[in-house]
Design a protein around this ligand. Structure first.
Ligand code: AHM
Ligand code: MG
Length: 363
């Protein structure tokens, strides 16, 4: 039977979609970014595109390990060690951290890597004369989910090295979120999803295991202005500032809100990016700055949410404006739909106004 025009158009569109791989898309995006703001020169465009491909490879290697973890020796469980954050390290954290290192060692592009699992940045001196980029990453975000086969993620951010960093202290990384050239995450769920931005919208890709390629799923994702979901660990209620308790009481007493919390920021963030709502990790009595780290967790997600038309805040300040004092600095996080983030901020501002002792903060 002959195809109608409509059918052949649909077929063409599907084929086109199937053919838009991550690498092709990134290259198109960086070229667009150059022509719109002139911030990336052509060799840099190629570098960013190559780095993104390497990140895709890291994602595939980690996804492969995770999908077989229950069948392998030495893939699940703890190492017995503790990382620089004082948190118990899982075998999968170590594996994923090393995947990023080995993938970028061979790339010739990245001079430094800094991650949640490493006290100090990891230098690849042979790459420094050519690739003056730093990759900041959380290799396995939400690692408490690993042993129970629930979703986890990897978060990444790319910055350009400023200066020569002769003392190896990486002090040039202590700058605000606007210094990020690109950011994104990989979500290891029922399928593996790669989400990125180079400052020209947020785009998502799904790994097609039969092709071994990330294929475009959605371009220019826009977060709704408001969504029903609030995502927070309510077990910390006793440890929060009154302003956060006020907000939680508010959502408990009003129709239209629903709670979702998976224990993996990437998964919770992904839901909110697509459907709207707000994710919070405020400061607690035990962790006054919250749990999440600025340079490789909250700032990359803030970069993405801004690109998607949402908002990221510490509760008191635009998260993109926070300048860290140290590599592993933590920040409180309120992120998601603009209206929902503003609602949380309004409770914090209200408390700030009512106290004479200065900001009580989301901390
Ligand atoms: P991790 O990177 O060490 O796994 O820690 C970050 C994770 C986030 O993914 C998640 O939102 C949060 O920690 C959960 O923490 P809690 O168990 O305190 O709610
Ligand atoms: Mg994490």
């Amino acid at each position: 039977m002959a195809q109608t025009d409509e059918q052949s158009l649909m077929h063409e569109q599907l084929l086109d979609r199937d053919c838009t791989t991550l690498s092709r898309h990134v290259l198109q995006q960086v070229v667009k970014t150059i022509s719109s703001n002139g911030s990336l020169l052509s060799p840099e465009a190629q570098d960013i595109s190559a780095i993104m491909n390497r990140l895709g490879l890291a994602g595939k290697l980690i996804a492969r390990r995770l999908s077989r973890a229950g069948l392998m020796e030495n893939a699940l469980g703890m190492t017995g060690g503790v990382n620089v954050q004082g948190e118990s390290v899982k075998k999968m954290d170590v594996f994923a951290n090393e995947v990023f290192i080995s993938v970028f060692k061979q790339s010739g592009l990245v001079c430094r890597l800094a991650s949640e699992e490493m006290d100090k940045p990891y230098y690849i001196p042979e790459n420094c004369p050519i690739g003056r980029y730093t990759l900041l990453y959380d290799p396995i975000d939400g690692s408490s989910n690993v042993d129970i086969n629930l979703n986890v993620g990897s978060i990444f951010s790319i910055r350009q090295q400023q200066g020569d960093d002769l003392d190896g202290e990486a002090n040039d990384l202590l700058q605000d979120g606007s210094k990020q050239l690109a950011a994104g995450y990989i979500l290891y769920g029922p399928s593996t999803v790669f989400v990125y931005s180079v400052g020209n919208g947020v785009h998502s890709f799904v790994l097609d295991p039969s092709l071994g390629e990330f294929i475009l799923a959605e371009e220019n994702i826009t977060i709704p202005e408001h969504g029903p979901v609030y995502s927070v660990n309510e077990g910390n209620f006793w440890q929060w500032d009154d302003s956060i308790r006020d907000y939680i009481r508010y959502v408990h007493r009003h129709e239209g809100y629903t709670a979702r919390y998976s224990g993996a920021l990437v998964g919770d963030f992904h839901r909110i990016l697509l459907q709207g709502g707000v994710f919070l990790y405020p400061g607690t009595v035990k962790k006054p700055e919250g749990k999440l780290r600025l340079l490789y967790e909250t700032a990359p997600l803030a970069f993405l949410i801004n690109q998607a038309g949402g908002r990221a805040s510490t509760g008191n300040q635009d998260l993109m404006k926070v300048v860290p004092e140290k590599l592993h600095q933590r920040t409180p996080l309120v992120i998601g739909s603009t209206e929902d983030v503003q609602l949380v901020e309004s409770f914090i501002q209200d408390r700030n106004r009512r106290t004479s002792e200065g900001p009580v903060a989301a901390r």
